[in-house]
Design a protein around this ligand. Sequence first.
Ligand code: MG
Length: 383
Amino acid sequence: MKTISILGSTGSIGTQTLEVVRQHSDLKVAAISGNNNIKLLAQQILEFAPKLVCVYDEKNVEGLFQELKDIAPRGFDCNSVKVVSGMEGLIDVAVYEESNIVVTAIVGMVGIRPTMAAIQAGKDIALANKETLVCAGSMIMAEARKQNINIYPVDSEHSAIFQSLQGEPEKSIDKIILTASGGPFRGYTKEQLKGIRLEDALKHPNWSMGMKVTIDSSTLANKGLEVMEAKWLFDVTPEQIQVVIQPQSIVHSAVQYNDGAIIAQLGTPDMKIPIQYALLYPERRFLPGKRVDFFELGQITFEKPDTDTFKALKLAYEAITIGGSMPTVFNAANERAVKKFIAGEISYLDISDMIEKEMKEHQLIANPTLDEIISLGESIMNK
Ligand code: MG
């Protein structure tokens, strides 16, 4: 029996994690966290019976109990669920005693502290929170080594790389080939990007994801964050990571070895594949869903990313090469810009301009502490 805590159970990765849990009687959910989607959180409580639930915003706790009272079957004791809130509550979920693995499906820098706490408590991590490694990679990886826990990547690309590394000797990696769909604006010129509206950016050709990740995919900022994560997860240099556009999203990423051999993982774009692999590693079990049909597909194509037009990717390479606090600046500036774009306050091309400006103005901290990283991120986001 594997017992799971899920940070962010109502989001895209969280709900798909629960779909996987539903398929396997030896997976159990002990603790979950959500924020605003009280209705869904209440349904999850009834279906999965977690013992501990965190509602991040304390103001939503009462609403959750009300919702539970409204939908719970007769005889259900609403007080049987322990409900906590805030950062402390997230950490309670992350370190929940019965859990052996924590799925970090929460979006944003808010995921860093609970992930660190889970590692310190000896939990394995199914990592879906990008900010954890982007902003605090060196500290997180050092702590993971110290505690001797495993970090299983959930992101499709990193899972593909992880799968391609199985059974291979360490230190034989030549380079990592990180694939990208290119998003809905692949091939667009700067001129064409000028008038992009929110609804255009939310139309991803292959993957169904949360709003922030979908916009990040369209600007290639998401790929930039993934380059930074890959550096930490697989202990390679930024020069060893090559981003390749693969518009059909069938080749999920690959590893090229010293002898020139390339091992890749392919499949339909379905996040449940990497989620289940992370939860059941090293086991592979039946997962319902569409399979890749090469005859139907006909071809898989590759392109070079246009980093002059989609400069967020270029800026991400710069940030991780500089290191220290710079990746946090990249991440926070992007998060802030995306929020403003969603709110209709800035144009699409302003997103990468804002990242660039913030990076230029930043006074680098070479070896930031976790507190410094978090307060730096907050100060940029609250500007
Ligand atoms: Mg990805």
